[in-house]
Design a protein around this ligand. Structure first.
Ligand code: ZN
Length: 350
């Protein structure tokens, strides 16, 4: 299998370029790729002004950069992201991503932080299987999970998300894209666009990959207001998205009380793939530490409110109360203050 790889460039005094794998059109031979690559590159660039064509080459699948993946259960492949927040990462490739292979097709769970990371996930999938990629399931709006999505649309997948995902991406997507471009530079983000889901999950939805059913469940406001989980019924493996953090300080961007309530729901015993951090063997291992952290955040915030502290004094007081957790959670300093602010604004209205 061969792919055309375009160097797409932003015109500037010093042009910024990045590799774009034209995933929608695999070729059986190098010759065929070489003959057709110029036309498919022009087609791809047609609605992507001001991107222009730099180099163009044909590469075998083995020549594409691929994410490393592990296999925690049969047919389940997981890429573990760096356990860090964006500010502490060189490229933003921080989220866990995965794919599940059924008899007939493949579902991808989360697409990465940029087109480039999505392409590297695509290459990892194709290194394992050439079955059709029928679905991309986006667990929530955050860019580390959602921004590689267009790669999978080009590869033929339907994009599925929580019923509130589209609104959230429309509201926040452009700002996220600006922020990541400022943080990492335009080159690594080249070709990255905010794309909306094709279908929305209300309540729950089953997807059949051929003898392998995935149950998608939309959660209430918790980590974000559009969290979606994916249960592989064949192995009992739960992809929890960012409803479960391990090792990286949990980010509250939906509802603290909603999130604590979500963890109280009883779960079956299969492995849990968190949005960040290592795969957990079971539910208790998955959420034990996170429950302690969020309960402490809840307690410290209520103490600050009971003491009548205004937000400006409450945030440092809450962060101070959470300090004992600092050593166990990566990127604690930058996240704890954000969490304290979010928790205060939520709980002051109770
Ligand atoms: Zn998130």
């Amino acid at each position: 299998m061969f792919f055309a790889v375009l160097s797409a460039c932003l015109p500037a005094e010093v042009p910024a370029c990045g590799p774009v794998t034209l995933v929608g059109r695999p070729f059986p031979s190098m010759e065929q790729c070489a003959a057709e690559a110029p036309r498919i590159a022009e087609d791809w660039l047609a609605d992507r002004s001001p991107l222009t064509r730099g180099g163009l080459s044909c590469l075998p699948l083995s020549g594409l950069a691929a994410l490393p993946v592990e296999t925690p259960a049969p047919g389940i492949h997981v890429h573990l992201g760096q356990v860090a927040q964006f500010e502490d990462s060189p490229d933003g490739w921080i989220a866990n991503l995965g794919f599940i292979i059924g008899r007939d097709s493949i579902a991808v769970i989360d697409a990465g932080a940029s087109r480039q990371q999505g392409q590297a996930l695509f290459a990892a999938i194709r290194a394992v299987s050439d079955k059709p990629i029928s679905h991309l399931i986006v667990t929530h709006m955050h860019p580390d999970h959602a921004f590689g999505a267009e790669v999978f649309r080009e590869a033929g997948a339907a994009i599925v998300g929580h019923e509130r995902l589209a609104d959230a991406l429309q509201a926040r997507g452009p700002t996220y894209l600006d922020n990541l471009t400022r943080l990492y530079g335009p080159g690594p983000m080249i070709g990255t666009r905010v794309v909306l889901p094709d279908s929305a999950v209300v309540g729950s939805l089953d997807i059949d990959l051929g003898g392998r059913v995935l149950t998608l469940t939309a959660a209430g406001p918790a980590h974000s207001d559009n969290d979606l989980t994916v249960l592989d019924r064949a192995t009992g493996t739960l992809f929890a998205g960012d409803l479960v953090f391990r090792g990286l300080t949990p980010v509250v961007d939906g509802s603290l009380t909603g999130w604590i309530g979500w963890m109280d729901g009883a779960r079956d015993g299969g492995p849990v793939v968190p949005g960040h951090g290592p795969v957990a063997r079971d539910w208790q291992e998955a959420v034990g530490a996170q429950r302690d952290f969020l309960a402490a955040l809840d307690r410290a915030t209520r103490d600050a409110l009971d003491a009548g502290l205004p937000l400006s004094q409450a945030v440092p007081a809450i962060v101070d109360a959470l300090q004992p957790f600092g050593g166990d959670w990566a990127s604690f300093p930058e996240t704890a203050a954000r969490d304290a602010t979010a928790a205060y604004k939520e709980l002051e209205w109770e």
